[in-house]
Design a protein around this ligand. Structure first.
Ligand code: SAM
Length: 216
């Protein structure tokens, strides 16, 4: 697949839309203007790659809406060298944004088919996060603590394992709610036992499965 002048133009238009919706982080906007989102789409949906919408990626899952990716990434206040855990690899697009911003990314996916597909596909594009398959609702304790944790599926509550695996000064961004809509929460571990919680708008994600999510 090629990345043409036309595609780059469509990405510039998408970035403009994200700015009008309130995204200001230049690192996030630059990453989105660089990553060819159409590479993540099946032929049948190719024409939709630069719309600000979520789309199916198979296995009943979705590639998140660009605004959602930008919003969560911005709230993480990413600095180069941050060690970030992403829960819900999916297509791998969000992981590419984080890698593009200079972070070291650990990404975990529950669905084996998506895990295998994305683990093979992303390095071909030059993006090399560390891939894991398993129940990310319990985090990835082996490599904790993390400077930042991003959950890209809707949780019923904040998993205590994720709080435990967050470094002091670290940020967790997670949508919490029911099956229809979830409120975006930003939790900062100010001190070892002290959390600061901020609430944002409602979003709509596929459910976070697993022991500290909605179950199997
Ligand atoms: N970040 C993805 C992207 O850029 O394409 C979007 C992810 S999609 C909205 C949510 C993903 O979370 C799905 O691929 C789903 O299989 C995965 N998921 C759900 N529960 C999970 C869990 N407990 N652990 C890891 N991944 C999970």
């Amino acid at each position: 697949m090629e990345d043409s002048y036309k595609h780059r133009g469509m990405r510039r238009s998408l970035v403009k839309i994200l700015k009008t919706k309130g995204i200001t982080d230049s690192g996030v906007l630059q990453a989105i203007s660089k990553i060819p989102r159409h590479f993540f789409f099946d032929n049948a949906l190719l024409g939709h790659a630069y719309q600000d919408k979520a789309f199916p990626i198979g296995e009943g899952q979705t590639i998140s809406q660009p605004y959602t990716v930008a919003f969560q990434s911005e709230k993480l206040e990413i600095r180069p060298q941050d060690k970030i855990l992403e829960i819900g690899t999916g297509s791998g697009y969000q992981a590419c944004v984080l890698v593009e911003m200079g972070a070291t990314v650990y990404t975990i996916e529950y669905n084996k088919v998506l895990y295998e597909r994305t683990r093979k596909f992303l390095p071909k594009m030059g993006y090399k996060p560390k891939f894991f398959c398993g129940d990310g609702s319990k985090g990835l304790p082996r490599y904790a603590p993390y400077d930042k944790i991003i959950v890209t599926a809707g949780a019923p509550s904040v998993p205590s394992s994720l709080i435990k695996q967050l470094a002091v000064g670290g940020i967790l961004i997670i949508p919490v709610g029911d099956n229809e809509k979830q409120k975006m929460l930003k939790i900062t571990k100010v001190e070892d036992k002290k959390l600061k919680k901020e609430e944002f708008d409602y979003f709509s994600f596929v459910p976070l499965l697993g022991d500290e999510g909605w179950g199997k």
